[in-house]
Design a binder for this molecule. Structure first.
Ligand SMILES: [Zn+2]
Length: 134
């Protein structure tokens, strides 16, 4: 699935959640959803190096956070394209990390580690700085 499809799913969930909140007299929550690390061979992505500090913190956050259900099964399309079926990564787990100050919820899959380490994926700067200060 592409980043924009993941974002759309979360927007729909937020709508339902806000209907529930409004019925119960609570103000709606309006976070912007940003999906990071749902890569596909159909879309270009940013490449670059990340710091070890970032990777270590992301792993810690991944280990302590709540794993959400799955938004579908993800397989590394880049490995498949290269004929690397054996080494390809697969996972359907995803997590969210919220930047309360800027009202942004980032959604990221377990596959992000594979994309960063193997395919040099560079996540957006806002996500990197949030992970580092979390
Ligand atoms: Zn791969």
């Amino acid at each position: 699935m592409l980043n924009k499809e993941i974002e759309q799913e979360h927007i729909e969930m937020q709508k339902k959640f806000n209907e529930f909140r409004l019925k119960n007299g609570l103000p709606p929550e309006n976070f912007k959803f940003v999906a990071v690390g749902y890569l596909d061979t159909l879309e270009p992505y940013e490449k670059g190096d990340v710091s070890t500090n970032f990777l270590v913190k992301l792993q810690v956050l991944w280990n302590e956070g709540i794993t959400l259900g799955s938004a579908g099964h993800h397989e590394c399309q880049f490995c498949i394209k290269e004929g690397n079926y054996k080494g390809r990564a697969t996972s359907s787990s995803e997590k969210t990390l919220t930047d309360k100050e800027n009202k942004i919820t980032y959604i990221f899959p377990e596959m992000i580690f594979h994309y960063i380490k193997i395919h040099k994926y560079l996540p957006p700067p806002g996500f990197i700085s949030l992970v580092i200060r979390s």
